[in-house]
Each structure stands twice: as structure tokens, then as C-alpha cells.
Design a binder for this molecule. Structure first.
Ligand SMILES: [Fe+2]
Length: 339
């Protein structure tokens, strides 16, 4: 079996490939690495046939939906996964064949209701059920410490201790471990009675993930995170810097898309105000020449990127955005007008 471990911050994903048929699967793909998986697969002469999430992630963005669409790969999840873009659902004991590789499913609720572990050729992919030196938190949506106790002590820990452990998260860069090592040393596995395990897990008092709401929106409903919207919009427009804008903008319209209050409190001299909420509705009246050059600005640059991409879509083909917005303009001590 061809095996690649891809680390992205604390998030871990895995590419498994069949040497004979060249079919491959990516386990827990991360949106920030979306271009890296096909690159790795191509380097090994593999075709990614499946992408699989071990559970609904609450702290990062799954690339499963995007990869499924772009690569025509089957999106796999547990039967209880709410993801509307999943096509193949596994339940406890079921097998997934990827070429000659067989992945055996273990339903291991606790971290989330739809958590599963997968066993394949001496490897155990544990998602966030069992981490190296830890266990998945139980305080996020659908978490349940009692269920995690059962999943760990009555399911995972009964497997072959020689299995290599590959978790979905590893914040300390430990790489991999064996189940036997975890049984011997993992602090979360030393409280072997249910009551003390549950009390310990409930008492962890962990900080909530930074992008919890956004990650659940993306991973459960199949939407896009903000960084992806901005990246896609950025690909469709051009940019000008504050220095370039200060030197000349010719006959361009400098369009400030903030709300009127913010505009009146301070704007680039010569700018006209069209709040983003009015953009599509007022574009033809306020910008009658679609061929004219437009530079869009806002406070920090992000709203201008989205607004400029909208104008491009509307047919204003020479639209650019002021990079980093008025923040960059003010950092250079360029003048502001108030009105
Ligand atoms: Fe998780």
C-alpha cells in the first residue's frame, strides 16, 4: 500500500494508494491542502477515487465536497453524517474497497455521533476518537463522553496493539504511534472506569475552536468558508496598491463601498460612495459606462475584493480593488476627505 501522511498545522490527512490498480483514497482532506493531494497522487501514478471524512469536523474545513466535484471522486462518510454532499455512507463493520486495499469501518461515536475509525493493512485511522497522547474532545456538537468511553474501551482498545495509529489531529507533531503504546502511556486511557473517564473528559474546559460556526456551516451544509470566497474573488480581479492609487488613477472611478457613515467620517479624496448592499441595484444608474476603469475600496480590503468581483460579474470588466483598503492608505499618511 502506498501511504502518504499530509500535515497541515495540527490537522492530519492520509493518502492511501493501491499499488496494483493505482486507485487511491484521501482520509480527512483539508481545504487548505486541496491542490496538494492530487499532486501527491500524480507523483505516485495514483487516481483519487474516494475522499473520506472520519467525522464532521468542527475546527477546520473539509475538502471532501470540493475534491469530490473536481476529481469526480466518491465522498465517503459515516451513515450518521449530516453532510449533504456525501455519496457513500459506511456503517459499523462495513468495508470500503479501494483497489486491493480494504478499509474496515468501526463506528466510534463520542467525539461526534458520526465518528468512525478505519482499519487497513496494519494501520488504524482514528479520526478524533483516539489521538496520540489524547482523545477527542466531547464538548462540541453531538459529543458524548459516555459514548466515547464505550468506543475507546470496548471497541478501539480491543484491536491488535501492533496497529499503527493515525489520528485526524496531532498538535505536537508526533507523527504516529501504535495502539499498544497508547494503551500503555496515553493519559486519557489510564482512567479505566467509566465514571472517572467521563468526569475527566467533562472537566477538560478546552477553548472553543476559532472557526467553529464557520467550520460546521461548511462541513455540514457544504458551503464555502470566507477565505475561499475571497480567494476565488481575488482570482477574478486585479489589485492596485495605496502607492499606485496615490500617484494617479486617470479617469477611473474610485468607488468606496462602505456604508455612508463610515464614508463621511473619512474617505480618499475624489471617491464616490456606493454601499455594497446597493451595488447590484444601483450599478447601472451610478456607473453608466461599463468600460470605464473602476477601483473599489473599503476599510480593510476584503469587502472591496467581493464587491469588485461582483462588478466584474456584472460586466464592469476593468474593475480593480485597493489592496488592504483605507488601512493601507492611512498607514502611508495619504490624505483623507471628510464630508
Ligand atoms: Fe474533530
Amino acid at each position: 500500500m502506498i501511504f502518504e501522511h499530509i500535515s497541515s498545522g495540527g490537522c492530519q490527512s492520509y493518502l492511501l494508494g493501491c499499488e496494483k490498480t493505482r486507485a487511491a483514497i484521501v482520509i480527512d482532506p483539508n481545504l487548505h491542502q486541496i491542490d496538494h493531494y492530487p499532486f501527491l497522487a500524480a507523483r505516485h501514478g495514483l487516481h483519487i477515487r474516494y475522499v473520506l471524512d472520519t467525522h464532521t469536523h468542527a475546527d477546520h474545513f473539509s475538502a471532501a465536497r470540493e475534491m469530490g466535484q473536481k476529481l469526480n471522486a466518491g465522498v465517503v462518510a459515516h451513515r450518521l453524517s449530516p453532510a449533504p454532499y456525501a455519496e457513500f455512507f459506511l456503517d459499523d463493520g462495513e468495508k470500503l474497497k479501494v483497489g486491493d486495499i480494504t478499509l474496515q469501518t468501526l463506528h466510534t461515536p463520542g467525539h461526534t455521533r458520526d465518528s468512525m475509525c478505519l482499519v487497513a493493512e496494519g494501520h488504524l485511522f482514528t479520526g478524533d476518537t483516539l489521538l496520540i497522547g489524547g482523545a477527542g474532545r466531547i464538548d462540541l456538537p453531538t459529543g458524548d463522553p459516555d459514548a466515547l468511553y464505550d468506543s475507546l474501551f470496548h471497541r478501539v482498545l480491543t484491536l491488535d496493539p501492533a496497529l499503527l495509529i493515525h489520528p485526524a489531529h496531532d498538535y505536537k507533531g508526533q507523527g504516529h504511534s501504535t495502539l499498544g503504546d497508547e494503551i500503555a502511556t496515553n493519559p486519557r486511557l489510564q482512567n479505566r472506569d467509566r465514571e472517572s473517564f467521563v468526569a475527566m473528559m467533562k472537566g477538560l474546559d478546552l477553548e472553543l475552536p476559532a472557526h467553529l460556526t464557520e467550520a460546521l456551516r461548511v462541513n455540514i451544509h457544504g458551503g464555502k468558508p470566507l477565505f475561499q470566497l475571497l480567494a476565488e474573488a481575488s482570482d477574478r480581479i486585479s489589485f492596485v496598491s495605496a502607492e499606485e492609487l496615490s500617484q494617479e488613477w486617470g479617469d477611473a472611478v474610485l468607488l468606496d463601498v462602505r456604508e455612508r457613515d463610515a464614508f463621511e467620517a473619512g474617505h480618499i479624496p475624489g471617491a464616490v460612495n456606493l454601499p455594497r448592499g446597493q451595488l447590484e441595484l444601483q450599478a447601472d444608474r451610478r456607473l453608466p459606462d461599463a468600460a470605464r476603469r473602476i477601483v473599489v475600496c473599503c476599510g480593510t480590503g476584503e469587502m472591496a475584493i467581493l464587491a469588485a468581483a461582483t462588478l466584474r460579474e456584472l460586466g464592469f470588466v476593468h474593475t480593480a480593488a485597493l489592496r488592504d483598503g483605507l488601512k493601507a492608505w492611512q498607514e502611508k499618511d495619504f490624505p483623507l476627505s471628510r464630508s
